[in-house]
Design a protein around this ligand. Sequence first.
Ligand code: IP8
Length: 264
Amino acid sequence: MKVVVKLGGSLITDKAKPFTAREDIIRMAARAAGKSIENGSQILIVHGGGSFGHVVAKSEIELYGELRGSSVPPVSEAMMELNNKVMKYLLEAGAMAVSFPPHSFCLNSCSKGTYSCYFEPLLRAFSLGLTPVTFGDILIGEDGCRPSIISGDDLSLILAEKVGAERVVFATNVEGIYRDLSDPLSLITQLRLHEIPKILSEIRLSQTSVADVTSGLPGKLMKIYRYLSSSMNKPEVAIIDGSRSEVLKKALSGGEIEGTLILP
Ligand code: IP8
């Protein structure tokens, strides 16, 4: 099975402590990826920024009011530091992992209102049976265009279409999508893509903060809906608790999903 997995920043770092990776979790996730590759899965790995990229990007914005050209070195360096750790554990786990830092092959394109990326080497690596690893990153802007952040969520969904993935796994630090965050029994175990707008309005109603709607899991759901609705290839999407080794291994090996499964 072709699987794109996004290792969330909240899963692999301690968001409360700048520059703190949760190395035990990264090691476990790398082993799960290694096992599922042994079991025949073809995996493409994306990771988030957590307390590395986000912390530096935020401090740049606080200092200058925006991201500027001079923000690219510190933000990309922070992401490379986290990526090095992910790579170390993947290689240790026996995966033939190759790193593809987006700041070196994508531009922020204001004219197109999107990113312009040269994905060919990454896609070639995937088709050769290697395990490409990429991540949310800062991108240099095209002419007349400031740098911007590309999130690992966007990259996961863009790449899922490009490689014809059958499954996208969002490995997070929560069990899945809850209808009501305060009710542990309200976990949504399965839904259809077309049900997302309705679910989102219910989640909105059950939460007081508007900010929750544009970020976190509701934000992720919105992206999943937007990308997959316009995509020819419609993979199933799983949102799982990536800190549970067995849950992650099953998800990456094409097994049963424990969490929220979104079917096309
Ligand atoms: O954590 C953001 O990636 P994400 C990366 O996947 C940076 O949203 C540099 C903040």
